[in-house]
Design a protein around this ligand. Structure first.
Ligand code: NAD
Ligand code: DAO
Ligand code: ZN
Ligand code: ZN
Length: 368
């Protein structure tokens, strides 16, 4: 079949809209009509050329929601008409990683997914007979996609696609880091560095679980208004504070219980660790730093009880946890609508990247 898609032909160049060929789903695969997709920082990072693992030509996008329109042989858990969110972190429930119960990093299709291919080492996308690569196993900048069954979360049918697509990455990454990775408890003090599409979701996750002081840190003062609406209790602008670590330690009587780095800046990662409480503070890195970057601190920070950790996709097991997060949204426990600042057509997708680059959007969503 043919599908309309925004193709990334090479790094640093705008996407172009093409009619691409899409092969039918093979065994264990599902054809999905993508109804809406968010544009995330990571798509921008790959398109910019800064991602050393970025491959071209490819169809980017990893924050989608849609409907099952066909299934390949052997697919058991999904049927025509099911509503789904594609997962860049699949959940096979059979690999060593899934069975460990210690991580959400399912490795069942990791090696082919990282090379832009389906599990049989080929691409379903092509144009004029030449293959176009998949991206993060999802490629939601295409109106139709083929995805392995293990990389689809089945969600309720009354959830609006143009909002819950954001659960495919940003919402789950932020809220999940609080709920699944850190397991923040009620009454905890927390600090959130970076109040963008991820940090605001950390804030609402912290509010949901009953955190006490929720300190937001951002160099963009305009981010404070939205952050307050999502539960931030204190705002610090590093450009107006002499020493951000000291300021947080004073504000909390010794440091926060948990901090979250949502920028991808290694200097800030150090501050995020060092503003946590002696003896038990935990700092969760969410931001993705540039290739080759390294973090540093004095080891005594760890000797004295602080822990440095990381979180991918919020520690969420996609097929199990994503439907629950959709329920939280539908039940009004979390907010998504105010975070979607721009809704675009596929033809306008490059504007979405410009808005992100200029810091003018929290999330732009493309509706097909
Ligand atoms: P964003 O651009 O929307 O937000 C970043 C925020 O950080 C902005 O508000 C910006 O003003 C602020 N900021 C920048 N430099 C700062 C500084 N020096 N001090 C204080 N604030 C500063 O980005 P986002 O979409 O929220 O993504 C944040 C990071 O999370 C990115 O690195 C992204 O790649 C990463 N990410 C990680 C995962 C994961 O699973 N770990 C998933 C998605 C995204
Ligand atoms: O299993 O080795 C692996 C890869 C896991 C990928 C997790 C990606 C999380 C960070 C990238 C940002 C995604 C938008
Ligand atoms: Zn993302
Ligand atoms: Zn697995």
């Amino acid at each position: 079949m043919k599908t309309r898609a925004a193709v990334a032909w090479q790094a640093g160049h705008p996407l172009t809209i093409e009619e691409v060929d899409l092969a039918a789903p093979k065994a264990g695969e599902v054809l999905v009509e993508v109804k809406a997709t968010g544009i995330c920082h990571t798509d921008y990072y790959t398109l910019s050329g800064a991602d050393p693992e970025g491959l071209f030509p490819a169809i980017l996008g990893h924050e989608g929601a849609g409907v099952v329109v066909d299934t390949g042989p052997g697919v058991k858990s999904l049927q025509l008409g099911d509503h789904v969110i594609p997962l860049y972190t699949p959940e096979c429930r059979e690999c060593k990683f899934c069975l460990s119960r210690k991580t959400n990093l399912c490795q069942a299709i990791r090696s082919t997914q990282g090379r832009g291919l389906m599990p049989d080492e080929t691409s379903r996308f092509s144009l004029d007979g030449k293959p176009i690569l998949h991206y993060m196993g999802t490629s939601t900048f295409s109106n139709y996609i083929v995805v392995p069954e293990i990389a689809l979360a089945k969600i309720r049918k009354d959830a609006p696609f143009d909002k819950v697509c954001y659960i495919g990455c940003g919402v789950t990454t932020g809220i999940g880091a609080v709920v699944f990775t850190a397991k923040v408890e009620a009454g905890a003090h927390i600090a959130v560095f970076g109040l963008g599409g991820i940090g605001l979701n950390v804030i609402q996750g912290a509010k949901m679980v009953g955190a006490d002081k929720i300190i937001g840190i951002d160099i963009n003062p305009e981010r404070a208004t939205m952050a307050r609406e999502f539960g931030m209790t204190h705002f610090l602008n590093p450009n107006e504070v002499d020493n951000i670590v000291d300021a947080i330690v004073q504000l909390t009587g010794g440091g926060v219980d948990f901090s979250f780095e949502c920028i991808g800046n290694t200097q800030i990662m150090r501050q995020a660790l060092e503003c946590t409480h002696k003896g038990w503070g935990r700092s969760i890195i969410i931001g993705v730093a540039e290739a080759g970057a390294e973090i540093s601190t004095r080891p005594f920070q760890l000797v004295t009880g602080r822990k440095w950790e990381g979180s991918a996709f919020g520690g969420a097991r996609g097929r199990t946890d994503v439907p629950k997060i959709v329920d939280w949204y539908m039940e009004g426990k979390i907010k998504i609508d105010p975070l979607i600042t721009h809704t675009l057509k596929l033809e306008e997708i490059n504007e979405g990247f410009q808005l992100m680059k200029a810091g003018k959007s929290i999330r732009s969503v493309v509706v097909y």
